[in-house]
Structure formats: structure tokens, C-alpha cells
Design a protein around this ligand. Structure first.
Ligand SMILES: NC(=O)c1ccc[n+]([C@@H]2O[C@H](COP(=O)([O-])OP(=O)(O)OC[C@H]3O[C@@H](n4cnc5c(N)ncnc54)[C@H](OP(=O)(O)O)[C@@H]3O)[C@@H](O)[C@H]2O)c1
Length: 365
């Protein structure tokens, strides 16, 4: 790539108590040779923080006070705003920039989960909007799943661990293979310090139980719907709000107590497979949802890892691991491929956002 194109960044912190995605993205692009490899300028044209819009140094206030007053955007804007249930701030920015003909890459799942069809149309079927980092962080599981799921009748079941924070906490307190676990407090401290968990608001802190509850209720239903919609499993868009649930205090106590044998797994079953095999088995899933949509039964919760032979690969995930297993063909006769990797963490997530940009640029060349 010869031409260095300009870029913008919405959501950025380059200091503070925990790392974040926007700061990491700027750091990666500024590394020697990286900007050149991506065909980008080493510094952003603008940086948007909570306190306002700034020039490339992140310190000098921009002459512009609101992005919605701007019509001329750089080639790509990276959006690393905190995820919210309505995703409204991110959506307003993304829609505004797409409508001005430019590209956006985002890790914010609220905007995508709430406005999937709208943003698909505005970006010409995601040709100008990269959403790979919204599910699975560094694994790029959406792209891999699009490849494996081209022929729906051949898929019996897909299992996903979409939340790196709960995987990290449960594997720290209850590691597989009989190793000694750490205390719940240390596990919670680690997931916040390493930037896996959605950070608490300024000046507040979260108990380990609140982290598990917040991630399970707030993060997973949105990712479950984005995965379903982005992979194109149904004919109609799955609304993430149909998957909302409440994780009760007694559920959290049980999950912690059974940490070695439970992971939050989302299972997408073909209706026929579900009726023949799954609905007839004893289900002791803790928390979660079970929803039918367009010929699929979508079941999510802290499932027992011994409940399904295909859960075995996901049971061994540790750290902020995310994974996906595909059951292909009747009795998996076409195989059960697995993808595992870092599902959270600013490094892998920012790197995925950069790859999304590269893929969009390549596809439009
Ligand atoms: N962390 C991960 O491992 C990971 C993995 C996959 C996806 N994601 C997604 O990536 C996004 C960013 O995650 P993160 O961990 O980097 O979050 P974060 O630490 O909360 O960082 C978000 C940044 O956005 C800024 N910000 C907040 N509200 C803003 C507003 N209204 N206008 C402009 N800037 C604003 C904050 O600035 P101040 O510092 O000034 O408050 C902060 O620097 C989230 O949507 C998250 O779900 C994260």
C-alpha cells in the first residue's frame, strides 16, 4: 500500500488504571513500520474523548465541538466507546460517518446489536463497517463462522463461549485438571486490571459477583444476537432483547461453587437436532435463555461442560479465551472444527480492528 490515508479515533485513553482498546489501537499504529503496512498515517486526524474532541496529540482541543457538525471525515474512524445497552452514542457517530461515505470499524456492541439492519443498509452490507471485534475480540470468530455456515441444513449445532471475562474468572478460580485456583477477589482484580472486564464508572468499583452478573446479562445477549445476525443464520434479524435474562444471586453462588465444570456457553441448535436430542436430555443450565428463531433454538447459560461432547474444547479455555465449535453434518460426519483464541484484551481486540480495516480496503480495491 502506498497512499497513507487519514484516520480518526472515538474513545481513547492513553493513561489510567487499566488499558483500553482505543489507546492500544493508537499505540499499535504508532509502532515503527505499522502505519505504513496499513496504509495509514501514524497519527490520527482527531481523537474523541469523554471531555471533547482533540487533535492527534490527544491534548490540543479541536476547533470542532461536535462530530455531527463535521461532514468531511478521514478514510476510516475507529470506534472504541464503552458498550451500553442502547449503544446510542456509538450509533449516532457510526451512522453519521457512514452517511458521509466513509468507513468505520467498531468494537462497541450496543450500536450493532440494536441497529443491525439499519447499519447493514447504511454500510452496503458491512462493506464500510467492520464489526469483527464486537464478538470474540481477537478470535475473529464471525469471519470464520461465515465460512463454515454457508449451507445451513448441514449445521446441527454451533457452540460459542463469547465472554472472555467470565471464562477468565471461572478458569482462575476453578482451573481444569485439578490445579489450585485463586481466590474470587484476585480473579476479579485480574480481569479488571488486564482490561478484560467492562470497566466500572468513574470512582466506582464492582464486586466479583457484580462483574459476573454484568458480563452475563449485559454482554452475552448482545454478542449472541450479533453472531447470529452477522453469520446470517436466520432470514430475519434476531433482536438481542429477546435474550435478556436475570442472573439471580443464588445462580451466581452456584456458578462460583461449580467453577471447574461450568462455562457460559451459547448453543445454536438446528430445530430438528434440538427436538431429537437436546430437548429430551436433563438440562441443569444455570441462568440464561432459550429462544426459538428462524429454525434455530438458541440456548445460553452457565452450562455444564459434560453436558455435550462438543463442549470439551470450550471447557479447557482459560484466560480471556473465547471459542466456537461447529457441528457439521448428521452426527458431525463432516467434522467438528474448533476455533479458540483471546476473546478479550485491548491488544488482540485492537489488532482485530486493524485487520477489519485492511480487509475492507482490500475488498473495495
Ligand atoms: N476491553 C476488551 O477486551 C474488549 C474486547 C472486545 C470489545 N471491547 C469493546 O471495545 C469498547 C472499548 O472497550 P474498552 O475496554 O477500551 O472501554 P473503556 O476502557 O471504557 O474505554 C472507552 C473510552 O471511551 C471514552 N469515552 C467514554 N464515553 C465517551 C463519550 N461519550 N465520547 C467520547 N469518548 C468517550 C473513555 O474516555 P475517558 O477515559 O475520558 O472516560 C474511554 O477512554 C467497548 O465497547 C467494549 O465492549 C472491549
Amino acid at each position: 500500500m502506498s497512499e497513507a490515508l487519514e484516520w480518526g479515533l472515538i474513545g481513547h485513553r492513553n493513561s489510567g488504571s487499566y488499558p483500553n482498546v482505543g489507546g492500544e489501537l493508537a499505540r499499535q499504529i504508532a509502532e515503527p513500520g505499522v502505519a505504513q503496512r496499513y496504509g495509514l498515517s501514524p497519527k490520527p486526524l482527531f481523537i474523541v474523548k469523554t471531555s471533547g474532541i482533540y487533535e492527534a496529540d490527544g491534548e490540543t482541543p479541536s476547533a470542532v465541538s461536535s462530530l455531527t457538525d463535521v461532514n468531511d471525515f478521514p478514510d476510516v474512524t475507529f470506534v472504541a466507546l464503552p458498550s451500553t445497552d442502547d449503544g446510542l452514542v456509538a450509533y449516532d457517530n457510526i451512522a453519521h460517518i457512514l452517511d458521509r461515505g466513509k468507513r468505520v470499524v467498531t468494537a462497541e456492541k450496543g450500536a450493532i446489536a440494536n441497529n443491525f439492519a439499519d447499519l447493514e443498509a447504511r454500510s452496503e452490507n458491512f462493506q464500510r463497517l467492520g464489526i469483527t471485534a464486537t464478538v470474540g475480540g481477537g478470535t475473529r470468530m464471525i469471519k470464520i463462522a461465515q465460512e463454515y455456515c454457508q449451507v445451513h441444513p448441514d449445521i446441527t449445532q454451533i457452540h460459542v463461549t463469547p465472554n472472555g471475562t467470565t471464562t477468565a474468572m471461572l478458569s482462575l478460580i476453578g482451573p481444569q485438571g485439578g490445579a489450585a485456583g485463586v481466590s474470587l477477589g484476585i480473579a476479579a482484580d485480574q480481569v479488571v486490571r488486564l482490561g478484560y472486564a467492562e470497566p466500572p464508572g468513574p470512582g466506582s468499583s464492582q464486586t466479583p459477583q457484580e462483574i459476573i452478573k454484568g458480563e452475563a446479562e449485559g454482554d452475552i445477549p448482545k454478542k449472541t444476537a450479533i453472531f447470529f445476525n452477522a453469520v446470517g443464520l436466520g432470514d430475519t434479524v434476531l433482536d438481542w432483547k429477546k435474550l435478556q435474562f436475570e442472573l439471580k444471586p443464588e445462580d451466581i453462588v452456584r456458578v462460583i461453587k461449580e467453577a471447574t465444570e461450568r462455562r457460559f456457553i451459547v448453543s445454536y441448535y438446528s430445530k430438528q437436532f434440538f427436538q431429537e436430542f437436546v430437548s429430551r436430555s436433563d438440562d441443569d443450565t444455570v441462568g440464561g435463555f432459550s429462544v426459538e428463531h428462524d429454525g434455530w433454538q438458541i440456548v445460553g447459560g452457565f452450562q455444564h461442560v459434560g453436558q455435550n461432547p462438543l463442549f470439551g474444547e470450550l471447557a479447557t479455555l482459560n484466560g480471556p479465551g473465547n471459542g466456537v465449535v461447529f457441528g457439521l453434518g448428521h452426527n458431525e460426519r463432516y467434522g467438528h472444527p474448533v476455533l479458540k483464541g483471546s476473546g478479550a484484551g485491548p491488544g488482540p481486540t485492537a489488532y482485530t480492528m486493524l485487520s477489519d480495516y485492511l480487509a475492507m480496503r482490500r475488498d473495495s480495491a
